[in-house]
Design a protein around this ligand. Structure first.
Ligand code: URA
Length: 436
């Protein structure tokens, strides 16, 4: 077999066989197929697409390029959750202790933030001492004893995807449906869970800007997961504005803690409950959505979800005192309101620009190596559909550097689209996607 012939075949619009896809991914992972041939292949895929069968084969070949985790030492049905990435998306922080408090084991791999989107691990590091650098043995022990452990992605999890994603990033071949779906699902399938719930974002702050594309991506991922033998479902959620009010690491932790106390923003709690409901049903803990929601409400009301979160932080070396006294979380000292320049109604808040404003304050990474300031961020005071008068506070900036604050202020003002006519509030949950 020669990579040259496979590139030619795909360029001509023909389907690659399972053997050809495995040959290509194995060769690319071990270095015998060079980057220039693989980038010609990804470009051919962008023009010609891939069939469902080819996409499944690509996913499985990338899953098998490294370790496939064995979570059989963990008791119960393991349900993983994945978000395609958004601004203000602190869902895992509130969702994982809620479902762990209800007896669903959470054995999760999470990532750090990059660009305008945040990462769960950075947020957890707001608790001093917290580490994801725990051994596999401690990981399994913590899930069995406490119900939750969160680790960083191991280096050898789907290494083909790591290499391919880096190549796609510099060859303008990221936004192809089959390539995105196989990239995400190869890592999820290698993470060893029994079932997968996906949060696919849609809107200006998401990978997929319109609903139709988001639905197609979700359908593709649900079908891959199902064909690989895992119960899989997706929820399409709104990213035409940030989720909740808080954007920035410590501020998002505060909002997640408020949610664990039953005082969270409505849109954020709705996303947590929609995903949590599917997880509880997949794990066999709830028979239907109404039962699942009542169970989640009960562990918020009796404080057990919050207690579970504190136990988890402590088990991974963190100081959990801020869980019970929020004033112990470190926030930036300079707090600057951003005033509306005109009145009207908020039609849109460009989530990506709010994410970039947070990054420019120092709260996000421009490159993988950048250091970040966990204390900075933005709290929105007006959201889509709200009425605004000139001079009203649209958002509040928490910063540590005047020049950065000035830049963030400009970005925030530019992110708010305010018009004269009233705007309807859109629901945060756009659609559910289940296996056919
Ligand atoms: N996230 C991934 O992990 N892969 C993609 O291709 C896009 C988003």
């Amino acid at each position: 077999m020669r990579m040259y012939d496979l590139i030619h075949k795909k360029r001509a619009g023909q389907e690659l066989t399972t053997e050809e896809i495995y040959y290509m991914i194995e060769g690319f992972t071990d270095g015998s197929i060079p980057d220039y041939q693989m980038s010609a292949m990804t470009m051919a895929i962008c023009f010609q697409g891939m069939s469902k069968r080819e996409t499944v084969d690509l996913t499985l070949a990338m899953r098998d390029s490294g370790d496939v985790l064995d979570l059989s030492g963990i008791h119960g049905v393991k349900v993983d959750k994945h978000s395609t990435g958004g601004v203000g998306d602190k869902t895992s922080l509130a969702l994982t202790p809620i479902i762990a408090a209800l007896g669903v084991p959470v054995a999760k791999m999470s990532g750090r933030g990059l660009g305008h989107t945040g990462g769960t691990i950075d947020k957890l590091e707001c608790f001093s001492g917290f580490t994801t650098g725990i051994s596999e043995e401690t990981f399994v022990k913590n899930v069995n004893e406490i119900g939750i452990a969160i680790a960083g992605q191991t280096a050898n999890l789907a290494p083909a995807d790591k290499k391919l994603y880096a190549l796609r990033d510099v060859t303008a071949t990221v936004d192809q449906m089959s390539l995105i779906a196989s990239s995400i699902m190869s890592k999820k399938l290698a993470s060893g869970s029994d079932a997968i719930v996906l949060d696919v974002k849609t809107g200006n702050g998401a990978f997929m800007k319109d609903l139709e594309d988001s639905v197609a991506l979700a359908e593709e991922m649900v079908s891959i997961g199902t064909m690989a033998g895992k119960k899989t479902a997706a929820v399409i959620t709104d990213m035409d504005q940030p989720l909740g009010y808080a954007v920035g690491n410590a501020l998002e932790v505060l909002e997640a803690l408020d949610t664990l106390e039953g005082r969270g923003p409505g849109d954020f709690q709705e996303v947590v409950f929609a995903l949590g409901s599917l997880m509880l049903q997949f794990a066999g803990k709830a028979g239907d959505d109404a039962k699942a929601r009542a169970m989640m409400e009960s562990v918020i009301a009796d404080g057990s979800a919050k207690k579970k979160f504190a136990e988890f932080i402590e088990a991974q070396g963190g100081d959990a005192a801020p869980v019970f006294d929020h004033s112990l979380l470190t926030l930036a000292q300079t707090v600057v309101p951003v005033a509306a320049e005109r009145g009207g109604y908020v039609h849109r808040i460009l989530a990506e620009d709010i994410g970039i404003a947070c990054m420019s304050l120092g709260g996000g990474r421009e490159t993988k190596e950048s250091a970040i300031d966990l204390s900075v961020g933005i709290v929105l005071k007006k959201k889509n559909g709200d009425a605004v008068e000139a001079g009203d506070t649209l958002a509040v900036i928490y910063g540590n550097d005047d020049a950065k604050i000035a830049r963030a202020k400009e970005l925030i003002l530019g992110a708010y689209e305010i018009c004269d006519d009233p705007a309807e509030k859109q629901p945060v949950i756009r659609k559910y996607i289940f296996a056919e």
